[in-house]
Design a protein around this ligand. Structure first.
Ligand SMILES: [Ca+2]
Ligand SMILES: [Ca+2]
Ligand SMILES: [Ca+2]
Length: 451
């Protein structure tokens, strides 16, 4: 305990955020028009304009180490900021004030915890923190955050500080890690500052454009590292991104989420996530038993079910049929499960390096589930006569873009990275093996690899 506040020689480092601003100038309705090449010649349509500018004000207070502030306007280029030597008791305020040139718009907030790392451990940290390395830092979970709609005084003078801000309504409170998980796939902001929480898509009020002299509320992120936090955060590093999106509100129901999860598609070889995986899940069209199988880990005899479609060899996956699947990881229970056709297989412990007491050769997560995980979906076909399809992919209920991959006599994968894992992560979709069941084999499968 005597080490707790001797931080002058044991510096904590935090890089606080990249604030990106994307102005969805075209909006949804307009972009559809721009893409339309039907010919009704010589009709002249001039598109209106919409440009999002975000004024930002960031203040921090590090006690005897001093305080500071930075202000500016984000308009196009990402704004980066870094705050170092963060210690228990430090606090600050990040204020984002949207201005929308001309037309009113719906505003969406999205963000991503891109790193939450250990950054090495000194002697006092080792005594209280037994997890090390990338994604096993403790800082994001130990910064308390209150998100408010707020107003900034017009004439805050030479210095910006909390005294220049008036709270209109509190919207959200929790840890920075939970906040970034909440907004990872987008939340609408409410132009009317209705609270609590973030509105359901479609329930939000628009933010007014510059033609309206009323102006808009700002968003205040009031952060503090509690003094009770101890040595587990020493030298831990985090980075995160925030983005505000504006969409024209005209001809828009407000339900169009611009922050949905995006995957990266590749083919011809397994994803790097698959090579680096902690463990894998598979649905095999026909495995060594001659039956369709689902399993967690690749070794037979571990966590698997070979009677998914019936007790007999030849009970393969049905051909040319969409079959739903649900794959999930529960970080608090430290379990993983895969459900297909009403059958669930579960690895009871994703930290022990084996499959419910059977050897697997897969490392799992010996330090527990990290703060973010990566997922690779693979559609594999081992025959020119079989097409393996994965489609309608969702991540925690959010449609993934793109939401379909397929493969013939090859591999295609869909990578999803930096998925928050502070609560259960669920991937759902349908899989389909097209062709004749006589061509099905263990090389025609769907894989779900976790890292
Ligand atoms: Ca740790
Ligand atoms: Ca730590
Ligand atoms: Ca296990």
């Amino acid at each position: 305990m005597t080490d707790r506040f001797e931080i002058s020689r044991r510096k904590a480092l935090a890089a606080l955020g990249t604030i990106g601003v994307a102005s969805g100038g075209a909006g949804l309705g307009t972009s559809a028009y721009f893409n339309d090449t039907e010919s009704f010649e010589n009709n002249i349509v001039t598109a209106g304009t919409m440009d999002l500018i975000v004024d930002y004000y960031s203040y921090w207070n590090q006690g005897s180490a001093g305080s500071g502030f930075v202000t500016g306007a984000a308009n196009g280029d990402a704004v980066e900021s870094e705050l170092t030597d963060v210690k228990p008791g430090d606090s600050g305020l990040i204020t984002l004030c949207p201005r929308i040139e001309t037309n009113p718009a719906y505003l969406w907030l999205c963000g991503e915890l891109t790193a939450n790392d250990e950054n090495g451990q000194n002697e006092p940290e080792v005594q209280v923190d037994d997890t090390t390395g990338a994604r096993y830092g403790e800082l994001a979970q130990n910064i308390d955050l209150t998100v408010e709609y707020c107003e900034v005084a017009d004439d805050f003078g030479q210095d910006f500080g909390p005294e220049d801000v008036t709270t209109v309504a509190e919207a959200w409170t929790g840890t920075l890690a939970d906040f970034l998980a909440t907004i990872r796939y987008g939340v609408p902001l409410d132009g009317g500052a209705a609270v609590p929480g973030f509105p359901a898509p479609g329930d939000q009020q628009e933010f007014v454009g510059s033609d309206n002299e009323d102006g808009n509320y700002c968003l205040c992120l009031d952060w503090k590292v509690p003094t009770e936090v101890g040595n587990e955060i020493q030298s831990d590093t985090l980075t995160f991104d925030l983005q505000l999106y504006a969409q024209q509100s005209r001809h828009n129901s407000g339900t169009n989420n611009p922050c949905l999860p995006e995957g990266t598609v590749g083919s011809g070889d397994f994803s790097q996530i698959s090579y680096d995986k902690a463990f894998s899940m598979q649905a095999l069209s026909r495995a060594g038993s001659g039956r369709g199988e689902i399993q967690i880990h690749g070794d037979s005899g571990g966590v698997e079910n070979t009677t998914l479609w019936g007790p007999d060899p030849g009970d393969t996956f049905p051909a040319n049929t969409d079959v739903g699947f649900t794959a999930s990881v529960d970080p608090s229970a430290e379990t993983a499960s895969l459900t297909i056709n009403g059958v669930t297989v579960t690895d009871d412990d994703v930290t022990d390096g084996d499959a419910n007491a059977a050897s697997t050769g897969e490392p799992e997560w010996p330090q527990g589930v990290p703060s973010q995980v990566d997922i690779a979906l693979t559609a594999s076909s081992g025959s020119p006569d079989v097409t393996t399809v994965v489609k309608d992919v969702t991540l925690n209920g959010n449609a993934v873009s793109p939401d379909e991959i397929s493969s013939v006599d090859d591999l295609t994968f869909l990578e999803l990275t930096n998925v928050p894992a502070t609560s259960t992560v669920t991937v759902e979709g349908t899989l389909r093996f097209e062709g004749s069941t006589s061509d099905f084999n263990g090389q025609s499968f769907v894989g779900i690899d976790w890292r």
